[in-house]
Structures are given as C-alpha cells and as structure tokens.
Design a protein around this ligand. Structure first.
Ligand code: HEM
Ligand SMILES: N[C@@H](CC(=O)c1ccccc1NC=O)C(=O)O
Length: 278
C-alpha cells in the first residue's frame, strides 16, 4: 500500500471544466436540485416533494415514449412501437416501487405539513392527465383545474383532438377484422365506450394468434401496460388510506372514495372483456 492518494488525473480523468460542458451542465442539475421548496419545517416534506418530482420526471419520459409509440403505430410499424410500450410498462413499475419509499411516512409525519399544501393535489397533475388522455381515458371535465394555465389547457386540448393510443390500435385492428364505423369515427374528445363489435374483433385475434401475431402482440402489450397502471392506482389508494384514512382530499374530492372509483376505469375494456368468452 502507498500513502499517496490515487489521483484519477493520472488515469486520464478530465479535471478541469472551465469552458467545457460538465455533467451538471448537461443534466441541468442547477435547475433540478434547487427546485425543492418545503413550506414547513416538517422533516418529511422533502421526501414528499422529491417523491412527486421524480414521479413527474418519469411521467415526462412515459409521455415521450407514448407519443412516439402512437405515431409509430400510426405508420404501421408495430414492432418498434412494442419496444416503447414495454418501456412505458417498466416506467410504471418504477413508479410502483417508489411507493415503498413514501410508505415510510406515517399519518403523524404527514399531518405536520398537510395544511401547507392548501388545495393543491395530484388531481391537478397535467402530465398524469395527459397520460390518461393519451392512453384513452378521456374526460373533458378534467381540463377545468387547468383553466388558469392556458398553455397546459392547450396541451390537454391538443391531446383530446387526436386519436388515443387505443383508437390507433383499433384502427390497426380494423385492417384485419371488421370494426364498427361508430367506433372508428368516434369523437376522440369523449370517453371511450366498450363496443361488442370491438370485443368480437379482438376475440378473433385471440382465437388465431398465429394468424394475427402482430395484433395479438399489440393487444398483450396494451394489457400489460394497463396491468401496471392499475397497480399504480391501487398502490396510490392504499397509501392514501394508510396516510389520511377517509379524510377528504386537498383537491376537494372524497379522497379514498374518489380513488376507489378510479380503480374501476378500464383503459382498453374489450381486451379485458374478451377473456371471459374465449
Ligand atoms: C401521502 C401521499 C399521498 C396522498 C395522501 C394523496 C392523496 C390523494 C387524494 C386524496 C387524491 C384525490 C384528489 C383530491 O381530492 O386531492 C389524489 C389524487 C391524485 N394523486 Fe395523490 N396522494 C399521495 C401521493 C401521490 C403521489 C406520490 C403521486 C404521484 C405523482 C400522486 C398523484 C396523484 C394523482 C395523479 C391524482 C389524480 C388521480 C386521478 O384523478 O385519478 N399522489 N391523491
Ligand atoms: N391530495 C393529498 C395531497 C397530496 O397528496 C398532494 C398535494 C400536493 C401535491 C401533490 C400531492 N399528491 C397527490 O395527490 C391530500 O389530500 O392530502
């Protein structure tokens, strides 16, 4: 052993970043690492802020992947889109694991800063709403909390104006099986309603996977995605019950009762329904 500490410069490590782009420059760390502004002196508020900020970063990536997956599917390139859809499922798994960190916060810890949150709530997460709209869970009422932000309203409106990921999947399905015109020509702004004609079309795919392999794989990718998304909703509502019980939410909803209702949402309804009759 030598007493001289190792100097990585002798191994070629760049040590001077005068006028050169460094790690922090590239990643914009000054902006990210100075964006935590606790409003109380409660120890756990930093956890709460970072948990949400990291979730929003993962959602940003999910939206990036979903948008390109959709346009790739629209071009008829299914296989490249599958890779992106698998990645989105993994992102949701990342978000699911993150609940383990937040669950270390007890009701007593949270009550020390909950009042400071005012009426702010995840209900107002525009990225979460964009993800829901992109996947196909559309409800124009959810635009209202963003009325004070014309830029975000425009983003959400633009999303509602285009076909959802599921609409695009149904368009692809219609190239192999009859899909009702009422479905293909639907008003993309409105909530999607399950149609027996669509269930029948998907059932044909599932009865002969080898004949419709790419559609079959697409359907399973979507089910996989929804499976992970449902786990996120379930983890959320369970954590909420654990931390605030049945109190009303800061966003004004009934809290757990509202979130339980959201557990019933089906993003790709016929893909679940067809299984019963297969
Ligand atoms: C202790 C932790 C949390 C509590 C007590 C909590 C509580 C709630 C409640 C009560 C609602 C219903 C709306 C309302 O009236 O406020 C809600 C909605 C929501 N929360 Fe949380 N939440 C927590 C953590 C999180 C985290 C970590 C995220 C991740 C970004 C998140 C994202 C959301 C979203 C996106 C909604 C809207 C859900 C929908 O409309 O379907 N929440 N939350
Ligand atoms: N809705 C929560 C507050 C909350 O969780 C929250 C508040 C501000 C920013 C993000 C939040 N997370 C999810 O709703 C509550 O009622 O306690």
């Amino acid at each position: 052993m030598t007493d001289t500490p190792f100097d990585p410069a002798t191994d070629g490590a760049q040590m001077s970043f005068d006028g050169r782009m460094s790690y922090g420059d590239y990643l914009g760390l000054d902006a990210i690492l100075t964006a935590q502004h606790p409003l109380s002196d409660a120890h756990d508020e930093m956890l709460f802020i970072i948990q949400h900020q990291t979730s929003e970063l993962w959602m940003r990536l999910a939206l990036h992947e979903l948008g390109i997956a959709r346009s790739t599917l629209q071009k008829g390139a299914l296989r490249p889109a599958f890779k992106m859809l698998s990645r989105v499922a993994r992102i949701f798994e990342q978000l699911n694991s993150a609940w383990d960190v937040l669950r270390t916060m007890t009701p007593s810890d949270y009550s020390r800063f909950r009042d400071a949150l005012g009426q702010s709530s995840g209900f107002q997460s525009h990225q979460y709403r964009l993800i829901e709209f992109t996947l196909g869970n559309r409800n124009p009422a959810m635009l209202r909390p963003h009325a004070h932000r014309p830029d975000l309203t425009a983003l959400l409106e633009a999303e509602l104006a285009q076909p959802s990921l599921y609409d695009v999947a149904l368009r692809l399905l219609s190239e192999a099986q009859p899909v009702p015109e009422a479905v293909l020509g639907r008003d993309t702004r409105q909530a999607y309603a399950a149609h027996p004609g669509v269930a029948e079309a998907w059932a044909q795919v599932y009865r002969a996977p080898e004949q419709y392999w790419e559609l079959y794989e697409l359907a399973e990718k979507l089910v996989d995605l929804e499976d992970y998304f449902r786990r996120w909703r379930f983890n959320h509502v369970t954590t909420v019950e654990r931390v605030i019980g049945f109190k009303r939410g800061t966003g004004g909803t009934g809290g757990v009762s509202y979130l339980r209702r959201m557990l019933e949402v089906e993003l790709f309804p016929e893909l679940w329904h067809l299984r019963t009759d297969l």
